[in-house]
Write a protein that binds this ligand. Structure first.
Ligand code: ADP
Ligand code: ADP
Length: 225
């Protein structure tokens, strides 16, 4: 079933830049969709629209079958940079989205431990970001997104800054995570390799005005053998 639907979405910024024009995307439950295309073609804008961080100029972003606010609380967002708070340890960094939802540190403790275990960092709860490698920081950032038990995980070129070995390792771990958590993923990348390896659907965007020029479809994760 459709989780979120973008229909005929256009986005024109105040400075006149048209990031998207007549963009359509239907995200189904269990999908791992890659948004593939060169820099500046509007991929991040699509994620921001889904997350409700920005509104479309025209067209609609809708959540069939459920209250929009409910869905927005079930979104995990992983940014290109890990953006960890350097003064807080790993556990407190992972707590942040729960804290913003009013969950105390004590109430969050099990979720934090679970999330860190999912990304293979259960022994690093008390470490500080400066003590971690790039790959480990990205894992913490993923754990932070997972702490809210997201139904939908939005990832904006999360592995772009990493070396290839770390990136391949995290690609595999992400696939394992998705099938364990049974969540839906929309993943931004400009790597053809990465999109082909990870996703069951690839939406290819053109540089301007950000339209899907091709969609390559496969089966969602629950239906894979
Ligand atoms: P991508 O993620 O594919 O690199 P973006 O969605 O970040 O593309 O940006 C699409 C286009 O919109 C780019 O030309 C970018 O410069 C422009 N853009 C993005 N955000 C803003 C903004 N807040 N104000 C003005 N222009 C923006
Ligand atoms: P990743 O692939 O996650 O970036 P690295 O390749 O940088 O990890 O490091 C390899 C392993 O070394 C890590 O998975 C971790 O177990 C360990 N490691 C890295 N940094 C530290 C650290 N500061 N303290 C303890 N162990 C570390």
């Amino acid at each position: 079933s459709t989780l979120v639907s973008l229909d005929h979405v256009s986005k024109v910024f105040a400075n006149g830049v048209a990031a998207l024009g007549h963009f359509d995307l239907h995200v189904r439950e269990g999908d791992f969709i890659s948004l593939l295309g060169p820099s500046g073609c509007g991929k991040s804008t699509v994620l921001r629209l889904i997350a409700g961080l920005t509104e479309p100029t025209s067209g609609s972003v809708s959540w069939p079958g459920c209250n929009e606010a409910d869905h927005r609380s079930e979104i995990g967002f992983v940014f290109q940079e890990p953006t960890l708070m350097p003064w807080a340890d790993v556990a407190d960094n992972v707590w942040l989205p729960l804290r913003l939802r009013g969950v105390s540190r004590w109430e969050a403790r099990e979720r934090i431990a679970e999330s860190l275990a999912l990304v293979g960092l259960k022994d690093f709860a008390k470490a500080y970001p400066r003590e971690l490698s790039g790959g480990m920081k990205m894992r913490v950032s993923i754990a932070r997104a997972l702490s809210v038990k997201p139904r939908l995980l939005l990832m904006d070129e999360p592995f772009a800054a990493l070396d290839e070995i770390t990136r391949f390792k995290l690609n595999d771990d992400l696939l394992t995570l998705q099938s364990e958590l049974n969540c839906t993923v929309v993943f931004v990348t400009h790597s053809v390799y990465e999109s082909a390896y990870l996703s069951n659907r690839i939406a290819v965007l053109t540089p301007r005005p950000g339209r899907v020029i091709a969609e390559i479809a496969g089966v969602p994760v629950q239906e894979r053998g």
